[in-house]
Design a protein around this ligand. Sequence first.
Ligand code: ZN
Length: 148
Amino acid sequence: MDNLITCDRCGSDACYVQEVNENVKLHFCYGCGFQANTAMTRDSEFLQQQMEVLPELYKELMGEDENGLIWMPSVVNIPDKGMVFADGPNSQKWAWAGVKAIPMPEEEKAKFKEKGKEYDYKMDMTTLTHFSERDFIEALSYIGVLPE
Ligand SMILES: [Zn+2]
C-alpha cells in the first residue's frame, strides 16, 4: 500500500491515509487500531455529534496528537466477516474484542424478512475474543480481515 505513513499517535509505520475529498482525510492505523479524521477537530460539530453517540470507553480513550488530530479507537464492522471494537469498563482496563460473523440461521432470516429486512449473516457473540491493546492486527486476523 502506498498510502502508508508513520502514525502520529503510536509511531508505527502502518498508518493508512485515505483521502475522502479535498478537505477530509481519514487516518486509520493498523499499528494501534486508532483512527482520526481531519474533519474531526476539537471544536468541530462533527466531534460534538460523535460525543453524543460514542460509548464512554471511546470518549475516555480519545486523545489529541500534536497536530490537533483527534484519535479514537476504530470500529471495524464487516457484515460477512465480523467486528473488531474496543471493549472494557474504562481506559485503564480495556482490550480489543473480535467477534466473528456466521450465516444467519434460516429461521431467524425468515423472521427478519417478515419485518422487511434481509440479513445473510449475524454476529456470533459466542466467538467474542479479547486481544491486548497492541494486538489490533491479531484481532483483525481473527475475524479473517487480514491474512494470517
Ligand atoms: Zn498508530
